[in-house]
Design a protein around this ligand. Structure first.
Ligand SMILES: [Zn+2]
Ligand SMILES: [Zn+2]
Length: 151
């Protein structure tokens, strides 16, 4: 999928508007880095790629904007309990394949997973916002490395 930067600007302006955020150049560059990174990046990785375009930006500013995107619902945290923050700008429902060794995260499309639905009763007052299934395992390159260590 190729997307010209003009398309991205229009898309970002529209998305920001729908989520009630002011659309600034800085935010646009940060969000573009998030959308372009397909590997569920850490905030630090986003900072590195944004710095190539805005050399004067600070890590604190990148963190602050990422938090703003998360709060506005324009960005999701992949997992809230793995210790390090991993970001996901793909907003349509999907699931994740997670390597427990290298922490690589790969998207699984929603239709490839039997619908995850909770049929029990949610604890009182809990408001469900999204659901996502994590498949934990070992990726091919880690498995290869492990078997070469043991043999
Ligand atoms: Zn791995
Ligand atoms: Zn994802």
């Amino acid at each position: 999928m190729t997307q010209s930067s003009g398309d991205f600007t229009a898309m970002f302006r529209d998305l920001s508007q729908r989520h009630g955020l002011a659309c600034t150049h800085q935010r646009q560059v940060i969000y573009q880095a998030l959308v372009t990174a397909k590997d569920h990046p850490t905030p630090e990785a986003i900072y590195e790629s944004v710095r190539a375009r805005i050399p004067s930006i600070s890590l604190g500013t990148v963190y602050k904007n990422i938090k703003t995107f998360l709060e506005a619902g324009m960005l999701n945290e992949v997992s809230l309990h793995h210790g390090s923050l991993r970001l996901d700008a793909r907003l349509e429902p999907h699931h994740h394949l997670v390597c427990r060794v290298c922490r690589n995260i790969v998207d699984l499309d929603e239709p490839d997973v039997a619908p995850a639905s909770y049929t029990g009763r949610l604890p009182r007052g809990f408001r469900l916002e999204r659901q996502n299934v994590e498949f934990i395992g070992i990726c091919a390159s880690c498995a290869k490395q492990q078997s070469s260590l043991t043999t």
